[in-house]
Ligand binder design. Structure first.
Ligand SMILES: NC(=O)c1ccc[n+]([C@@H]2O[C@H](COP(=O)([O-])OP(=O)(O)OC[C@H]3O[C@@H](n4cnc5c(N)ncnc54)[C@H](OP(=O)(O)O)[C@@H]3O)[C@@H](O)[C@H]2O)c1
Length: 330
């Protein structure tokens, strides 16, 4: 099969596209014919070695996939050849990745792709929507009528958080870096969208949410927790999921006096039953058109290194050059 893989960690050009032996599904696994996969920041950290991870040799890059079941191994119930599926959680924790024509995947990480949802849309939504669901439902327990503030609402995770928060009945205030991106976030359903560069952002956020923020979702790697706690309503929750090296100052006093909580999590460490429950909702919202993760561009497998460069420049370098996910069609 054709695959995008690495034999050592390093810059994007360590990614090679070539032929590897077809994977054979083991017990409990399905062999998926991958029609689309999406790039996530974690793919670039694993490839560069910034996040140390056990890697099969050679290592096929990537976490997300959508396609159809080609074959199943022993002990697989509920999947059969020809079924369309999507999923994430590959290319991490020692598992082989998805940027290939075929992937052997533990069946419990695969979810049925709803009719009418194409593979590009399902792959683009995979990791970011599960992350948004886990954060909002499991960690923040967002309730209808509450206000969710999303710092970085135009990004992969942010765009999913905006839409899932709306689907759960919340009000959403987001931030984005350009007028075009703010228009995009409004289209996704946000009630107010602010420029994250403005000096008076806290005042603007207070004006947009006079009763305070109930869930403050930070997508940035250098969170300003003073600002977050200041904006929180009584009983507010902060969700953190980026910035492994961040060591920001923390306002203990205002935080506990307002009876706040803070949760941090990594999507791919979440229990598979929790992720499957999230996937059920996500499938339903994708099918109804309520969830649509923006796609910036669709590229062939040969462009995987270029896709990593673009993703790194956007997420780590703040280039602002991406307005949606990069989808790769193997
Ligand atoms: N813990 C987990 O399970 C988990 C899961 C997924 C992702 N992550 C991490 O979460 C982070 C975001 O991932 P992603 O896929 O959403 O990345 P992304 O698609 O690159 O999005 C980055 C976002 O950051 C915004 N941004 C840039 N500079 C900003 C600033 N100064 N203030 C506020 N926002 C700013 C961008 O806005 P503009 O484009 O409008 O400028 C964009 O919306 C990454 O670090 C990733 O590794 C963690």
């Amino acid at each position: 099969m054709k695959a995008a893989f690495i034999e050592r960690t390093g810059p994007p050009d360590v990614i090679r596209v070539g032929t590897l032996p077809d994977p054979v599904p083991g017990p409990g696994q399905a062999l998926v014919r991958v029609r689309a996969c999406a790039v996530n920041p974690i793919d670039t950290y694993v490839r560069s070695g910034a996040v140390a991870a056990p890697l099969p040799q050679p290592f096929v890059v990537g976490c997300d996939l959508a396609g159809e079941v080609e074959a199943v191994g022993h002990d697989v119930a509920g999947l059969r050849p020809g079924m369309r599926v999507w999923g994430s959680n590959q290319g991490v924790l020692g598992r082989q990745g998805t940027f290939a024509e075929l992937a052997a995947v533990d069946a419990h990480w695969l979810y049925p792709t709803p009719e009418g949802v194409d593979d590009d849309a399902a792959a683009a939504a995979a990791l970011v929507s599960i992350t948004a669901h886990l954060g909002l439902v499991t960690h923040a327990a967002v309730r209808p009528g509450e206000t969710v503030f999303v710092n970085g609402a135009s990004g992969g995770v942010g765009s999913a958080v905006v839409q899932i928060a709306k689907a759960l009945g919340a009000r959403v205030v987001g931030t984005a870096g350009s007028e075009a991106k703010r228009a995009l976030v409004r289209e996704l359903g946000a009630d107010a969208v602010l420029d994250y560069r403005r000096d008076d952002l806290p005042a603007a956020a207070r004006a947009a949410a006079p009763e305070g923020i109930h869930v403050y979702w930070e997508t940035q790697r250098d969170p300003d927790l003073d600002r977050a706690v200041e904006l929180l309503a009584e009983g507010g929750r902060i969700v953190l999921m980026a910035g492994r090296d961040a060591r920001p100052a923390f306002p203990v006093g205002p935080f506990y006096v307002k009876c706040c909580r803070m949760a941090g999590f990594v999507m791919f460490k979440a229990d598979r039953h929790l992720q499957a429950a999230a996937a059920l909702d996500i499938g339903r919202w994708l099918a109804s058109g309520r969830l649509r993760v923006p796609i910036d561009r669709v590229l062939p497998l040969e462009a995987t290194a270029e896709a990593h460069r673009l993703q790194e420049a956007a997420t780590v370098g703040g280039s602002g050059a991406l307005a949606g996910k990069i989808v790769i069609r193997p």
